[in-house]
Design a protein around this ligand. Structure first.
Ligand code: GSH
Length: 238
């Protein structure tokens, strides 16, 4: 199969607009300005056969390239970064590249801790997830504080998406995260930044992003739903 840069492949992305992993890939596609077909799915409510055919566990992002698929944001973005190397999303030097991937893996550990927070259904599992979050978060704090400037490397994209997610989850949990980890308050706020990268990222976010994230959490997180009476009216976040 020819996946060369000179012959742009036929691309379809299965996504879910509030998913941070999907946002990473959409951001990279936007930087590269690569034409693709986008299919929005609420993967927690519905996994169509069209997705399961390529991703047996029904996860997004899944990128169909001609008739084959890549099913993980890191794998997809590494492929794109290497094919479209002129965008310099990855360092050419092998050691620098390995260090960057190390940082990207550390950022993924924070996403895992946030997933545990989001799916906690009692106080003890929520507290365990909070402790885990706080320990993995401190390892990436310097990365997350870096200003969003252009052009972006992959780790900058990872950091921007995570910083935005943490701030949003903290808002929804009415400051419970930042009470526990005060450094969250010093993370960049993409809505206040005019940097090119922030504006590009904002353009990908649904206008009702916080409401949708909030609804997804209320649906999945029995403990926080009780704590904060999380089923708030949509207007509160409009
Ligand atoms: N490691 C994967 C994680 C992807 C992931 O967890 N996606 C979530 C949506 S945010 C998903 O598809 N969840 C559906 C499920 O697990 O059933 C990546 O980097 O792409």
């Amino acid at each position: 199969m020819n996946k060369s840069h000179l012959l742009p492949p036929n691309l379809t992305l299965f996504g879910y607009k509030i998913c941070p992993y999907v946002l990473r890939v959409r951001y990279v596609l936007s930087l590269i300005e690569l034409d693709h077909h986008y299919i929005e799915l609420d993967v927690y409510a519905n996994k169509p056969a069209q997705l399961l055919r390529y991703s047996p566990i029904g996860r997004v992002p899944t990128l169909i390239i001609d008739n084959e698929a890549l099913c993980d944001s890191t794998v997809i973005s590494l492929w794109l970064a290497q094919v479209y190397a002129e965008h310099q999303l990855l360092p050419a030097n092998a050691w620098e590249k390995a260090k960057m991937m190390n940082d990207m893996a550390a950022i993924d550990s924070v996403h895992d801790a946030i997933s545990q927070l989001i799916s906690a259904d009692d106080k003890s599992s929520f507290n365990a997830a909070l402790t885990r979050f706080s320990s993995v978060f401190s390892a990436v704090l310097t990365l997350l504080r870096a200003p969003c400037s252009s052009p972006n490397s992959l780790v900058d994209v990872w950091a921007m998406v995570l910083a935005h997610l943490i701030r949003s989850v903290d808002t929804i949990l009415q400051g419970m995260l930042s009470q526990h980890v005060p450094q969250i308050r010093s993370l960049p706020d993409i809505y206040r930044s005019r940097a090119r990268a922030s504006l590009r990222y904002q353009a990908l976010l649904p206008q009702d992003y916080v409401t949708r994230l909030h609804n997804m959490m209320a649906h999945r997180n029995a403990y926080c739903a009780q704590l904060n009476n999380i089923a708030l009216a949509e207007e509160e976040f409009a």
